[in-house]
Structure formats: C-alpha cells, structure tokens
Design a protein around this ligand. Structure first.
Ligand SMILES: NC(=O)c1ccc[n+]([C@@H]2O[C@H](COP(=O)([O-])OP(=O)(O)OC[C@H]3O[C@@H](n4cnc5c(N)ncnc54)[C@H](O)[C@@H]3O)[C@@H](O)[C@H]2O)c1
Length: 330
C-alpha cells in the first residue's frame, strides 16, 4: 500500500530539493510506493502546478499520486507522514514575539487539522522555524495523537557537526558518528562530540582524542556549527535548502527504519525529564530508533560542568519561547 506523505511549504526552496529524494525512495525504501501531497498557501497554486508537472515528468516508478492543495482538510487527509516545512518567515525589523504569534496561528491550525484528518499514528517532523517551538505548538493542538509522534529537525545541525569533525581529521564523513545536538535549533544549540567516535587509520577512537585540540572543540567548532545557518544565508542570500532537504531525509529514514546498533541520532523530541531538561519541552536529544518507528532517548551519557552550562542555556531559550508562545495559544 502507498504511504501518503504531505509536505507543507511545498512551493518553497527546501521542498523543491526534498521532493525528488522522497519520491524516488531515498527515505522509505526502493519498494515503497508514495502519494505526495503538496500543501502551500493560497496564491501559490500556480507554483504548485509547475511542481506537479516536474514531478510527473520525472516518471518515477514509486510515485503513484500527486495532490497539490492549499486546503488543510485535503492536505492532511489520511497522511502517514507530515513534513512541516512552511512557516512565517522572519521579515526585517520583525520582533521575535510577532514572529512567534504568527507561527502559533499556523501551527495551531496545522495541529488541529492533523488531529482531525491524519492517521492517528501519523509521524510529524517540523522544519519551519522556530522549529522546536512550532513542533510543540502543533503537538499541543493534536490532542488525540501521541506526543512522541511530533519531532523537530536538528539533523542538519548534527550533519554540520559531523562534517566539521571529518574535515578537521581528513577522514570520510561516515567515519565520524554519535555527534549530538542538544536543545534548540538556534544559535544556542549545543553541538557535543564528547561521546562521539571516529575511525582513524582503521582504529575507533574518541573524537576528542583524535582531534587533540580541546580549545578548537570548545570554541571554534561549537561556534561554526551554531552559526552555520547564518553563514550560508550571508553567502547565498538564501537559507540552507539542499542540506536541509538531505537532513529531513536522514531524520525520517532513521526514524522509519531504525538506527544501527551502537549509533544514535539527534532529534527534537518531547522531553521526559532526562538530563535535567524540563519534561514537556521540545528539546533535541540523542535518540535510538527502532524499525517499528519508535525511538528512545539515550540515557546516562556523562554530562560535565561545561556541557551542563551549555545544555541549560539552550533549555532556557526554549522555556522563554514556550512562555512567549503560551501568551497567544490559549
Ligand atoms: N530546522 C532546520 O534545520 C531548518 C533549516 C533550514 C531552514 N529552515 C526553515 O524552514 C522554513 C522553510 O524554508 P524555505 O527555505 O523552504 O522557505 P521558502 O520561503 O522558500 O518557502 C516557504 C514556503 O512555505 C509556504 N508557507 C508559508 N506558510 C505556510 C502554511 N501555513 N502552510 C503551508 N505553506 C506555507 C510559503 O508560501 C512558501 O512557499 C523556514 O522557516 C526556514 O527558517 C529550517
């Protein structure tokens, strides 16, 4: 049976980079047929029509149906997976509060529509910024869907961290694993490689032993990952799209199929109170995923004073965002 997958913000640049990978089986496998629902806002119908033409012209064997729409009731109808890319963009001079207010409206509407129309076991990943808080709002309004089915994308940050370490060591990206992103998908995130491993000259070693430069790891590395999104915008005059689309595929593929033994990945998920993170916050943790599409937070990793401070800093930002959002969502 075909999986029905909705992508919001379907006329935008991330969705453009994402659709082809999704529709050709990169996420759900080379045997899984897919129905793609392209959801955007009123006024974007013509752009969606162009996208439908392009997807049709790819003549992909797995893509059995394409449904363009600007109607939530159609967009979320019976979906198995919801990829929420569209959000209110931050315009120049816009206050953080006004941005949150606009996004509360969007993600409340989408949460309610998911609750009403999607399958009850729908899996949701939120990309539109502020991704963690938008995911939290969406979850709040989808009352009949389990909280653990809502996640926020921090995989792009994890991929950035992994690539920085691999580049520094001069080894392939796949030879670095278990990098962690703690907290918010923002510049307060804490990219942490204390438990990460690298394969160097055929031997598995801890990343900090391989790098042999605590100063770089504690300063430049963290800053580079935290500010990478802004650096891409500065250079490209557009935000990350290809790398964001790749990260969405990684996030969903691992959630859907499971993570290999001994490996974990970072996802924004509802906190259960682990690592002193307030229960109920949408916080990025290391998680292990199973093939039945469930995941659990990796427990008992060592947290030193340096990490504690960074993990709390990003937690405090999420608490502030939640408090601000709560002013609008009752
Ligand atoms: N979490 C991450 O790692 C990450 C990385 C990169 C970008 N982002 C965020 O992803 C979002 C999308 O980025 P983009 O570059 O594709 O933007 P874009 O401006 O190219 O496209 C956004 C699309 O969303 C649509 N949209 C807006 N509100 C909508 C709604 N309520 N329902 C459906 N569609 C709606 C717009 O019409 C537009 O077509 C932004 O919020 C960006 O900040 C997140």
């Amino acid at each position: 049976m075909a999986l029905r997958v909705v992508v919001t913000g379907a006329a935008g640049q991330i969705a453009y980079a994402l659709m082809y990978a999704l529709a050709k089986g990169d996420v759900f496998g080379p045997k899984q047929p897919i129905e793609l629902v392209l959801l955007d806002i009123s006024g974007m119908e013509e752009a969606l029509r162009g996208l439908v033409m392009e997807l049709t012209d790819c003549a992909l064997p797995l893509l059995t149906k394409i449904i363009p729409t600007v109607d939530y009731a159609v967009g979320f109808k019976d979906v198995d997976v919801a990829i929420l890319v569209g959000a209110m963009p931050r315009r120049e001079g816009m206050e953080r509060k006004d941005l949150l207010k606009a996004n509360v409206k969007i993600f409340k509407g989408q949460g309610e529509a998911i609750n009403e129309h999607a399958k009850k076991n729908v899996k949701v990943v939120v990309i539109g910024n502020p991704a963690n808080t938008n995911a939290l709002i969406c979850k709040k309004y989808a009352k009949d869907i389990p909280a653990e089915n809502f996640t926020a994308l921090t995989r792009l940050d994890q991929n950035r961290a992994q690539a920085q370490v691999a580049e520094r060591l001069g080894i392939p990206n796949n030879d670095v694993w278990n990098c962690i992103i703690w907290g918010n998908h923002s510049s307060t995130q804490y990219p942490d490689v204390r438990a990460a491993t690298a394969l160097v000259n055929g031997k598995e070693v801890k990343v900090h032993e391989a790098v042999k430069d605590e100063n770089w790891l504690k300063n430049e590395f963290i800053k580079t990952v935290q500010l990478r999104g802004a650096a891409v915008i500065k250079a490209r005059k557009l935000s990350s799209a290809m790398s964001a689309a790749k990260a969405i595929c990684d996030h969903l593929r691992d959630w859907w199929n499971g993570t290999p033994d001994g490996r974990w990945v970072s996802m924004g998920v509802i906190s259960d109170g682990s690592y002193g993170v307030e229960a109920g916050l949408m916080y990025s943790f290391p998680v292990k995923c199973k093939a039945d599409h469930t995941y659990e937070i990796v427990k008992d990793l060592d947290v030193n004073d340096f990490s504690r401070e960074k993990m709390d800093q990003t937690q405090n930002e999420l608490k502030d965002e939640m408090k601000m959002a709560m002013e609008f969502w009752w």
